[in-house]
Ligand binder design. Structure first.
Ligand code: NAD
Length: 252
């Protein structure tokens, strides 16, 4: 029996929970016996299709909508865990990027993460303990050309996790980041790739992209959920302000 994985009587909030890494994290916590999940995503339909056995509260909402968080906060009560995970992918070199596209990425990936994390931290302070994980990316660690706004937003959220960790350790709250490499999720269903998916099939294109990773393939969302679960759990009690690179060796 692994020590520290007891989530009974705990509540977790997850953004971007309808799909990919967020949905896998919800299922992982459900399997560990968590009492209650608060799941947030633009895609309310996707949230309602998750088959979970714990108590679940869903919100079809935009994480970048400050009014949503202001309305939710008084009803949140005490919170034990948060997975600050909603995000969008975006392409485009810096020299060619429209300001509106830059702002769109920052609004969701950075402002949305700030609104989520700051709300969660206040609710964790009420509980006198807590552990949050922010989904960053290897693109925030290594300058990968062609996805500038996305990479900057992910470097920023990783640093936000470190700052929040420093500010909240004395409150018994840990904040860590996770920096995935390629993960096989819907985020790759981009207009740029659609033609390739149509011609070669999605599996083949994702499989080919995975070959640029030393491990030889993309991770699954369930693999990332296990890493996130470890960082949320008491098994990682001494880890705060760290960003776990989970990338199959991509950044080596
Ligand atoms: P995904 O597209 O499967 O899931 C993202 C979810 O976030 C979707 O359900 C979407 O509806 C939701 N979302 C998007 N914008 C939102 C908003 N404004 N408000 C509320 N919900 C919103 O993708 P994923 O791969 O599971 O992505 C999860 C996180 O992981 C993202 O932050 C992403 O940047 C990060 N990430 C993914 C990869 C990868 O290769 N898949 C790699 C590194 C980091």
């Amino acid at each position: 029996m692994i020590q520290g994985y007891d989530f009974t009587n705990r509540t977790a909030l997850i953004t971007g929970a309808a799909s990919g890494i967020g949905a896998a994290s919800a299922r992982w916590l459900d399997r560990q016996g968590i009492a209650r999940l608060i799941l947030i995503d633009l895609d309310g339909d996707g949230l309602s299709k998750l088959d979970l056995s714990c108590e679940v509260e869903t919100h079809a909402a935009d994480v970048a909508d400050e009014a949503f968080w202001q309305a939710l906060e008084p009803r949140l009560g005490k919170l034990d865990h948060a997975v600050v995970n909603a995000g969008i992918g975006a392409g485009g070199q810096m020299a060619e990027l429209e300001f509106a596209e830059w702002r769109r990425v920052m609004a969701i990936n950075l402002d949305g993460a700030f609104l989520t994390l700051s709300t969660a931290l206040r609710a964790m302070r009420k509980a006198g303990r807590g552990s949050a994980v922010v989904t960053a990316s290897v693109t925030g660690l290594k300058p990968i050309p062609g996805i500038g706004a996305y990479g900057v937003s992910k470097a920023a959220v990783a640093h936000m996790a470190r700052i929040a960790a420093a500010e909240n350790a004395a409150h018994g709250i840990r904040v860590n980041g996770i920096a995935p490499g390629g993960v096989d999720t819907a985020i790759w269903n981009s207009p740029e790739l659609e033609a390739q998916f149509a011609e070669h099939g999605r599996e083949a294109v994702i499989g080919q992209m995975g070959k640029t990773t030393p491990r030889g393939r993309f991770a699954t969302a369930d693999e990332l959920a296990q890493d996130i679960g470890y960082l949320l759990s008491d098994a990682s009690a001494n880890a705060t302000g760290t960003v776990l690179t989970s990338d199959g060796g991509y950044t080596l």
